[in-house]
Design a protein around this ligand. Structure first.
Ligand SMILES: [Zn+2]
Length: 287
């Protein structure tokens, strides 16, 4: 009976492959050492180079956008703020990911790649609109903050003493930032899912960036939201017990395959975004 039950257990493919690789222990040890060696030799300089390049790009960008030569439209400070803010956010995301090479893969690097794709679509789309769009972007976000604070207040009211002190502090901080009760009274709250009232797909379409949407935004969103294909690809493995037919079981391999090219791709995307923003903010300057 025990043998029969044993046959019912799942047989993870990763285990079978690991056993196959153990055939020649000496070879295995050697190849592992070579790999570890190779990683130390390869990844470290790539990290350093990519981080230096990002720092350089950011400093150059900051110098340009903060220079007084740059013609600023005083009636549209929101444009400068929003575009610089989006670049700042993208730069920080890239910089953080560059410091963590185990995040350089389709599985764990999807968040930053999605930010970059979203940024490109949003800045390109906004540039095609009336300049008031930048204030609308900020207004939408402030409305969201108001909504968040309202939810927190409801939580505090209904839970009373049970609410942790940091939740109260957060509510207080949000209130101050919004200019207190008076400041917030005039703040509109939008129930649209994006600042433009359009889906990311629609904005990409109008901006002529369907390629960015299809090849970067959509797949990375799939990973972020845990669409089944992404879970199956990255977090599952096959069970090879023939009695179980074909089914998937969790992957237990604690490995993070690194794609060294990923860092260069991130930096190149960021570079493109910065150039585009500079061209929008200082068209005469960029040629
Ligand atoms: Zn199974």
């Amino acid at each position: 009976l025990e043998a029969e039950l044993g046959q019912l257990d799942c047989i993870p493919l990763e285990m079978v492959e690991a056993n196959e690789n153990e055939v020649d222990v000496e070879d295995a040890v050697e190849s592992q050492a070579r790999q570890e060696d190779g990683q130390e030799l390869d990844v470290e300089p790539i990290v350093v180079e990519a981080m230096e390049r990002t720092e350089g790009l950011f400093n150059e960008f900051a110098e340009r956008v903060l220079s007084r030569d740059l013609l600023l439209d005083p009636s549209n400070a929101a444009k400068h703020e929003v575009l610089c803010g989006l670049v700042s956010r993208a730069s920080r995301a890239v910089y953080a990911t560059l410091q963590a090479p185990h995040m350089w893969s389709g599985e764990h690097g999807s968040t930053v790649m999605r930010i970059l794709a979203e940024t490109r679509i949003v800045i390109t789309w906004m540039d095609l609109q009336d300049p008031a769009i930048y204030a609308q972007y900020q207004n939408y976000g402030r409305g969201k903050a108001k909504l968040m604070r309202r939810h927190l207040e409801t939580l505090i009211e209904t839970s009373g003493e049970a609410v942790p002190i940091d939740v109260r502090e957060l509510a207080e901080r949000l209130k101050k930032k919004a200019g207190g009760d008076l400041g917030e009274a005039f703040q509109e709250v939008s129930v649209d899912t994006t600042f433009s009232g359009l889906t990311m797909r629609k904005m990409a379409e109008e901006a002529g960036l369907m390629d960015v949407y299809r090849y970067l935004y959509q797949p990375t969103s799939g990973v972020t939201h845990g669409e089944w294909w992404a879970i199956e690809d990255y977090a599952m493995q096959r069970c090879v017990n023939p009695l179980h037919m074909v089914h998937h079981i969790p992957s237990f391999q604690p490995e993070f395959p690194i794609e060294p090219m990923y860092s260069r791709l991130l930096v190149a995307q960021l570079d493109g975004i910065m150039r585009q923003v500079l061209a929008i903010l200082a068209p005469a300057d960029t040629k």
